[in-house]
Write a protein that binds this ligand. Structure first.
Ligand code: GLN
Length: 485
């Protein structure tokens, strides 16, 4: 049976009615995972997956994730399973504990299939900087296009139809941007909504557990399991968890939606822009009001520099533990300093070193006022601008990317508004910790692209409801880049 376009819900029905068993499904999934030619995987958990699938008893009708196969980005700690963050410095590292989200999935008897590739240590957006090399976009069979990053392997695995659920992390846009490039639903919750215990920290004030599904309902199903306080993560929230499925199909009559005009203007692909504007009519047809609002261009152009300064500073500090002593690979040296220098010189790629230099530079006492503290102030101004919009509106609606997945080697002009704003505006939701979801809205030359909704903190239920109303009109649900496409 070809299960590749089936949703979590559909697979659940088949599992509960015993039309398929978890073991048969797992075997089929592993077989497809082994055929992957997009460089999606760091490690296929064949032995573990078969063992778990064989041990499941009777189907659990009310547990929607029972027997559901999933993959997880290789920057989540998985007990006894290699975890490299796609970095040479963690080659062969095997954690002694599991991240909370992985543990919750195991507890609900979902089946872990593989650890997925990422841009090294989750820094980057190209899917090309992991120690296993480039991860390809399954929608382009000629392997000429990015799938995006940093959650590249998870995006590739789910869009190729291998699994219906793929976990990632999102510090700047690392799930919500690849979702656009790969025809997926990519969701990150409010900061604090899902425990980050066991997720390797990149920039703690902006890191979120996030994930890909192929439709909005599956995204809500997953949040029902993952949301909630975890005492092991002091930053996880005590705010009451909603049932994210309860009102998901109730429509959006009376909802107020804002579109930031400048960001639409920076969308360079005319097909994407036209299609995005067309989708506004769907929202109106459903009874929502849609208004264009403005954000100061200076603030918008400051998003990316602000992101770089803050994220590199936090990353430099967070990754100081990768010193060759405590974890992973150790190079020789006569002193602690020598071991550390040799290990870090050999262990990190150029991109990581560059970011640590930027981070170290902006944290230097002499530079803090001009760089780190200034970036914090910019962050506040940008967040205030977005929160002011959300005082009057239920959601902000924007193109998720200004282009379809780029060709390898194509260069954007780094100081252009198209790049600074169009390509990087999703980072604001990380500055602000707001829930945000990308979903597919169309295709251009065979490549998918998406749009993004963001709502107020802890209103994930509303967000799913709004996204569901749009999905109904686009019809772009459970789409998969099949081999025989
Ligand atoms: N592309 C961004 C970066 O380069 C985002 C990364 C992320 O969200 N992990 O850091």
């Amino acid at each position: 049976m070809d299960y590749r376009t089936l949703s979590i819900q559909e697979l659940h029905s088949l599992l509960v009615s015993k039309e398929i068993t978890p073991l048969d499904l797992t075997k089929a999934v592993i077989e497809n995972a082994k055929k992957d030619n997009n460089n999606a995987f760091e490690y296929i958990m064949e032995k573990e997956a078969i063992e778990i699938a064989s041990s499941l008893g009777e189907p659990e009708e009310h547990n929607l994730l029972w027997g559901i196969p999933f993959v997880i980005k290789d920057n989540f700690s998985t007990k006894d399973v290699p975890t490299t963050a796609s970095s040479n410095i963690l080659k062969d590292y095997v954690p002694i504990y599991s991240s909370e989200v992985y543990q919750r999935l195991l507890n609900s008897k979902a089946i872990p299939i593989a650890k997925t590739t990422l841009d090294e240590l989750a820094m980057g957006g190209s899917g090309t900087t992991g120690h296993l090399g480039i991860t390809f976009n399954p929608w382009d069979k000629t392997h000429k296009r990015h799938v995006g990053g940093s959650s590249c392997g998870s995006a590739a695995a789910i869009s190729a139809g291998i699994v219906p659920l793929a976990l990632g992390s999102d510090t700047g846009d690392s799930v919500r941007k690849p979702a656009s490039y790969a025809g997926l639903v990519g969701f990150k919750p409010t900061w604090g909504r899902i425990s980050r215990y066991g997720l390797f920290p990149f920039a703690t004030s902006m890191d979120h557990v996030a994930y890909f599904t192929r439709n909005v309902i599956d995204s809500a199903i997953t949040l029902n399991l993952l949301a909630g306080r975890d005492n092991k993560d002091a930053t996880s929230s005590f705010v009451k968890v909603d049932n994210y499925l309860e009102n998901i199909s109730n429509g959006i009559k009376g909802k107020k939606i804002a579109v930031i005009k400048e960001i639409v203007d920076y969308t360079i692909d005319p097909v994407i822009k036209a299609r995005f504007l067309e989708t506004l009519d769907y929202l109106k047809m459903e009874g929502a009001t849609v208004d264009f609002v403005s954000v100061d261009d200076k603030l918008l152009r400051a998003i990316y520099p602000t992101y770089i300064v803050i994220s590199c500073a936090e990353a430099t500090s967070n990754n100081a533990n990768l010193d060759g002593i405590k974890f992973g690979v150790r190079e020789n040296g006569n002193t602690y300093q020598e071991i550390m220098t040799n290990t870090r010189t050999k262990g990190f790629s150029e991109l990581i070193k560059r970011r640590f230099v930027i981070g170290g530079f902006s944290l230097l006492k002499a530079n803090q006022k001009d760089l780190f503290l200034k970036a914090q102030k910019c962050r506040r101004l940008i967040v205030d601008a977005y929160n002011n919009i959300l005082k009057e509106y239920d959601a902000i609606y924007l193109p998720a990317s200004p282009t379809v997945a780029p060709l390898f080697g194509s260069q954007s002009e780094k100081l252009s508004g198209e790049y600074l704003v169009g390509d990087n505006h999703l980072g604001v939701m990380n500055f602000a910790g707001l829930p945000s979801i990308t979903l597919p809205i169309g295709f251009n030359e065979g490549m998918p692209f998406g749009a993004n909704f963001t709502s107020k903190a802890f209103t994930e239920a509303d967000l799913f409801q709004i996204a569901t109303a749009l999905e109904k009109h686009t019809g772009l649900k459970n789409i998969v880049a099949k081999e025989d496409k």
